[in-house]
Design a protein around this ligand. Structure first.
Ligand code: FE2
Length: 394
C-alpha cells in the first residue's frame, strides 16, 4: 500500500529542526557552537558540460538566461571555454574542455553534464577559506587574486560531496559582469522571471547524510533547518531521507538527501548510479509569478514532471484559499503546499541531461512560506517513479 500522507505542509517538519542525530553530531552543544562563516548568499553556479556552446543555447533560449560573458580561444584561454549567463540574481557558468586530458573532460566523462561548483558570495574569500581549512575542509585551490579594468576579484575553493566544490567568491571590489578574463558577447535576451537561487540540493550515498550534516555544521557553522525521514518521503517502492542545511539569515539553503531502504530502488540511488558519485540533484529558482514563468518555459519547450488530475480535485480542500486560479495550476501541473505560515507553489523539470541526474525546480513562496513542499512529496515522488520506471530503473 502506498502510505497516505494527507497531512499537509511542513508544519511537522519544524518539530524536527534539530533531529536527534543532528543534536549528537559533532560540536552542536551550546558552548561549542561553531561560528558561522559570513556567507551572504549563492554566487555563480558552475556546470562542467560536454559542449558549452550548445548548452548555452538551452539556458538562453529555454530557461531565459542572458549571456553576460565568454572566455575561450578568442580571449586567450587555451584549455577551456566558458559562458557566463545571468537572469536577475541567478548566475550560471557553463564550462567545457578543449582537450581530452583536462579535468573538465574527466568530470564530464565520469558524471555527464553536472554541477562542479556551488559559489558562495562572501566579503573576504581569503578569510573564509582559511577558517574552513583550519576547521578541516579540503582545499581545491588557494585564494587567487585577479584584476582587470573593473577591479579586484578574489576566489578560493574547498571540496564538498563527490567531485562538487564550494567556491568563495569575493566581488565587492569588482564591477565587471562576471570575473576577469571574460568578455561581453551579444545575447538573445528574454528572461522568464526567474529571480534567485532558492536552494541547491545534494544527493549522497546511503548512510552518508549525517557526515555531510556534520561537515556543514562544523566547517561552515550552518544548522539543520528542517529534516525529513523515510516516513515523510516514501511511496510503496522507494524512499529518501533529507536534512536541510542553512545559514541563519536563510540566504543559503542546501538540503542533503540519501537513499532510504524501500521495496525498489530509491530515486536517489538512481541518481548516484548514473552520476557515478554524490552530486547536485536539483537547483530551485524562485519566481514572483509562477504561472507566467512556467507558461513561458513550456512555450520554450522545457519539459516538466506531470501530475495526475486527481491532485487538483482535492487541492482546495488541502490548501484552502489561494490567489491563483486552480484551473491554470492544473493545466501547467504546478503543485501547491500550505504551511503554518503562507503557502508555496512549485514544479519540477524532467532531468536536463540524457542521464537521469540534474533537474530544476521553479518555486514561488507566498506570505513567508519557508518549507520545501512536504505536502507534495507523495504526488511528486509518484510522478518521479513513473518516469524512473519508464527508464527501466525502478
Ligand atoms: Fe527542492
Amino acid at each position: 500500500m502506498i502510505k497516505n500522507k494527507t497531512r499537509s505542509a511542513s508544519d511537522k517538519a519544524s518539530e524536527k529542526t534539530i533531529s536527534p542525530e543532528a543534536a549528537a553530531a559533532g560540536r552542536r552543544a551550546e558552548n561549542q557552537e561553531v561560528a558561522e562563516l559570513p556567507v551572504k548568499g549563492f554566487d555563480y553556479i558552475e556546470f562542467y558540460v560536454g559542449n558549452a556552446k550548445q548548452a548555452r543555447y538551452y539556458y538562453e533560449h529555454g530557461l531565459g538566461f542572458e549571456v553576460v560573458g565568454y572566455k575561450g580561444l578568442e580571449t586567450g584561454e587555451r584549455h577551456t571555454t566558458s559562458y557566463a549567463l545571468r537572469q536577475n540574481n541567478i548566475t550560471i557558468v557553463l564550462t567545457s574542455a578543449l582537450s581530452p586530458d583536462h579535468e573538465v573532460a574527466e568530470h564530464v566523462r565520469k558524471h555527464g553534464d553536472g554541477v562542479r561548483s556551488i559559489g558562495l558570495k562572501v566579503d573576504d574569500a581569503r578569510q573564509c577559506y582559511e577558517i574552513a581549512i583550519e576547521r578541516g575542509a579540503v582545499s581545491v585551490y588557494e585564494p587567487r587574486v585577479q584584476t582587470d579594468d573593473f577591479g579586484i576579484f578574489v576566489s578560493a575553493a574547498v571540496k564538498t560531496y563527490g567531485d562538487t566544490i564550494h567556491t568563495f567568491v569575493q566581488r565587492k571590489d569588482y564591477d565587471g559582469n562576471i570575473a576577469p578574463g571574460y568578455k561581453l558577447v551579444n545575447s538573445w535576451s528574454g528572461g522568464v522571471g526567474l529571480g534567485t537561487v532558492d536552494h541547491v540540493v545534494g544527493n549522497v550515498e546511503s548512510g552518508k547524510m549525517m557526515e555531510w550534516v556534520r561537515f556543514y555544521e562544523n566547517i561552515f557553522g550552518f544548522r539543520v533547518f528542517q529534516g525529513f525521514d523515510a516516513s515523510d518521503i516514501s511511496t510503496q517502492y522507494s524512499a529518501l531521507t533529507s536534512r536541510v542545511m542553512a545559514n541563519r539569515s536563510g540566504t543559503i539553503k542546501m538540503p542533503i538527501n540519501e537513499p532510504a531502504p524501500g521495496e525498489k530502488k530509491s530515486q536517489i540511488q538512481e541518481y548516484l548510479d548514473f552520476y557515478s558519485a554524490p552530486g547536485v540533484q536539483h537547483i530551485a529558482m524562485s519566481t514572483k509569478n509562477i504561472i507566467a514563468t512556467v507558461s513561458q518555459l513550456k512555450e520554450r519547450g522545457i519539459e516538466f514532471l506531470s501530475v495526475p488530475r486527481a491532485y487538483y480535485e482535492s487541492l482546495k480542500e488541502r490548501v484552502g484559499l489561494i490567489d491563483e486560479d486552480i484551473e491554470a495550476l492544473s493545466r501547467l501541473g504546478i503543485l501547491v503546499d500550505r504551511e503554518s505560515k503562507g503557502y508555496l507553489l512549485q514544479i519540477f523539470t524532467k532531468p536536463v541531461e540524457d542521464r537521469p541526474t540534474l533537474f530544476f525546480e521553479i518555486i514561488q513562496r507566498k506570505e513567508g512560506a519557508s518549507g520545501f513542499g512536504k505536502g507534495n512529496f507523495l504526488a511528486l515522488f509518484e510522478s518521479l517513479e513513473r518516469e524512473q520506471n519508464q527508464r527501466g530503473n525502478l
